[in-house]
Design a protein around this ligand. Structure first.
Ligand SMILES: Nc1nc2c([nH]c(=O)n2[C@@H]2O[C@H](COP(=O)(O)OP(=O)(O)OP(=O)(O)O)[C@@H](O)[C@H]2O)c(=O)[nH]1
Ligand SMILES: [Mg+2]
Length: 140
């Protein structure tokens, strides 16, 4: 019997932006990328030398064109999910305050949804366990 392949843990920082009505921003993953077309929370992989909060601030600028202060990021929950080729560990922050206008820079589409409606859109399998924490926080 050959030994199991080494486990690769990928750390991804993600954020639920929340608007004044308590709705959450979700973004549709680009064509040609893994999980294309599924609705996700903005964010991305933590690069070497980055703290996850720095990653998130960088990704929110790259993906949405907004500036977020670290003090405006609050940790909510996390996802831990065994994809075929890596194990995803994804802390989820919430953010209610940012500077600039949200733009669709990398995704196919953006939409604001009530937390209870997140169950109605196709999300990556890792994300489904995150929804109850958002409903607890924001209502359905
Ligand atoms: N950003 C984000 N990634 C997620 C979510 N759920 C989930 O399984 N992932 C997975 O986390 C991994 C990293 O996401 P990503 O594609 O955003 O990474 P990135 O922005 O650094 O892009 P890049 O790798 O093309 O530079 C992907 O395998 C993606 O499928 C989610 O809600 N948000
Ligand atoms: Mg990303």
């Amino acid at each position: 019997m050959s030994p199991p392949p080494p486990l690769k843990i990928t750390l991804v920082a993600a954020c639920a932006l929340i608007d004044g009505d308590g709705r959450v921003l979700v973004a549709q993953r680009p064509e040609g990328k893994a999980l294309a077309g599924l609705w996700e929370f903005p964010g991305g992989k933590v690069e070497p030398g980055e703290r996850p909060e720095q990653t998130l601030i960088r990704e929110l600028d790259e993906e949405l064109g907004v500036t977020v202060k670290e003090a405006c990021l609050a940790p909510l929950t996390f996802a831990s999910y065994p994809y075929e080729t890596f194990h995803l560990l994804m802390p989820l922050w919430i953010c209610r305050r940012w500077e600039g206008v949200i733009q669709k820079k990398e995704h196919q589409a953006l939409q604001w949804l009530r937390a209870g409606r997140l169950r109605d859109i196709p999300m990556p399998p890792a994300d489904e366990p995150l929804i109850p924490a958002l409903i607890d926080l924001l209502g359905p």
